[in-house]
Design a protein around this ligand. Sequence first.
Ligand code: KG4
Ligand code: ZN
Length: 337
Amino acid sequence: MIVLGIESSCDETGVALYDTEKGLLAEALHSQVDLHAVYGGVVPEIASRDHVRMLLPLIQQVMTEAGIDKPDAIAYTAGPGLVGALMVGGGMANGLGLSWGCPVIPVHHMEGHLLAPMLEDTPPEFPFLALLVSGGHSMLIAVETLGDYRVLGTTLDDAVGEAFDKTAKLLGLGYPGGPALAALAEDGDDSTFDLPRPMLNKPNFDFSFSGLKTAVMLEVRKAEAAGRLGECRADLAASFQRAAVDTLIGKSIKAARAEGLNRIVVAGGVGANRLLRKEMAERFDGEVYYPRLAFCTDNGAMIAVAGAMRLAEADAANEIKAQARWSLETLGTPERV
Ligand code: KG4
Ligand code: ZN
């Protein structure tokens, strides 16, 4: 079975073709970063319009590359995300589903992220602990099997990606700030500033990153007042990254132990962070899995593979699902799994 995956929940248009026998056949991604950068964040209307512009050419591109006329099913991101942007992908998926006469599968964006490591040569087996860290979410999830998800902890305020982005802005870096901050941190000394590791010693598995961001803001103001911001920026970036990564790893290891799980999957945009990837593998005494770097951030391949795993739920194309908010815990396991 060949599944076309369509991702359009935010500011990346992603499409891919996944073959349940052969694996990934082709994928293409268009990032809208340049369009939104001038506004310092994602503008929903601009995002929707650009998905309209890019989706069909990208679908044509992957079909040509894979040499196929039509897929056996189409999977699309149905939420959570920006409703207008989701409607574009959902409309395209259902329209193509009708014209090709093939079933259409609505996919939960975060399930796509947590199943992205299934695209790799050595995919994780169930059960595992998932650390899902993106621009909108920081979650620890006990994954029993496909669709059986128990959220152990979540963010009480800013998601960790959001904290990276806001801290990057404080340090004068552009949008999206996560990768730029991580790059700047390479040149800094992470022991220069003693920043808080929020919630690390609390008995629960929730996260809170706004205090850490505020601590950086206070240091930025102090450095500015002393005319030393230029020379401190890399050290601040490194100290922030160290504090955020220590918190994520500390909580993940505690949660894995509490749940008796010996596999951790790290996924979502912040899963592209090299320090997080390296240290999680070093500090956890079980197995650690990640998607390749390109599949940590939003992409069509993760939606295609998640759709392939949920083929049993495919529907005749007739309804566009687009949910801004959608709890992972309500998904359930498809009958044939
Ligand atoms: O999963 P994603 O592409 O989109 C959402 O669903 O949110 O995640 C984007 C987030 C942004 O906040 C971005 O700054 C962050 O992931 N990010 C990183 C890195 N690469 C992307 N954060 C830290 N280090 C990175 N290398
Ligand atoms: Zn995402």
